[in-house]
Design a protein around this ligand. Structure first.
Ligand SMILES: [Zn+2]
Length: 238
């Protein structure tokens, strides 16, 4: 027997009545087979829900099989609001997609748990999700340069260029696309210390603008867009 603690990112049906769970853990992605978990009387029903933080007892080497377990947090609050639900799905999908990359999974896992605890009780949850998306860029090694011009190291009059991977001075940027407020919000979230819990102040326009920046950045540098993003656009209107 082995114990695995993780966050269930995804589950798929397997054969007639079983499921395969994909857990994000401090060691990265782990899949677990849950026999009969699609049956109404299954003792595993509580252990297989997406969004749940669980501790599972599993057996088997190549294919791990669920034997028992407990729910640490179910995060029901994330599933009651359709916007929040879809935005969190977008986040889980992104974590899942990049879980096969070599990066600091322990750091991301521990951070995700803190983020989930933040967003479950607040209506103002979007900055916390954007925070993960920004910090993930760092873990993946494609973080934006945020303290000087990417080209000449100038520190004044900077704006953001997705293509150049960070801030650029007036000489080295072609089009000014983002407001100072958007760049300040980007910096605030990128450097944010979740344990200190400072207030996140922003205006709605900057948040919308940051969403566009993140979409373009992920698309350009990682060739990635989540499937949930499309639905999210319909719900949020941007
Ligand atoms: Zn420059």
């Amino acid at each position: 027997m082995e114990t695995i603690e993780g966050l269930i990112l995804k589950q798929i049906n397997y054969k007639e009545s079983s499921k395969i769970l994909y857990l994000y853990t401090k060691n990265g992605l782990i899949s677990v087979l849950a026999h009969g978990s699609n049956k109404l009387k299954s003792p595993y029903l509580n252990l297989v829900r997406v969004f749940s933080h669980v501790k599972l007892s599993v057996s088997g080497k190549d294919l791990k099989t669920l034997r028992d377990g407990e729910v640490i947090n179910r995060y029901m609050e994330l599933t009651t609001d359709i916007e929040k639900y879809t935005y969190t799905l977008h986040l889980l999908e992104t974590i899942y997609y990049f879980s096969s990359h070599e990066h600091d999974h322990e750091k991301l896992f521990l951070f995700l748990i803190k983020i989930f605890n933040k967003i479950k009780n607040t209506e103002d949850y979007i900055p916390y999700i954007n925070m993960v998306e920004l910090k993930l860029l760092y873990l993946l090694g494609v973080q934006p340069v945020l303290d000087k011009c990417v080209v000449c190291q100038e520190k004044k009059g900077l704006n953001f260029s997705v293509k150049d991977g960070g801030l650029c001075c007036k000489e080295h940027i072609k089009t000014i696309k983002y407001s100072n407020e958007t760049i300040n919000l980007l910096r605030l979230l990128y450097y944010y210390n979740i344990d200190k819990d400072n207030k996140i102040e922003y205006d709605k326009l900057s948040l919308i603008s940051l969403r566009k920046l993140l979409d373009e950045y992920y698309e350009f540098h990682l060739n990635y867009q989540s499937r949930s993003r499309k639905l999210l656009r319909e719900l949020l209107g941007y």
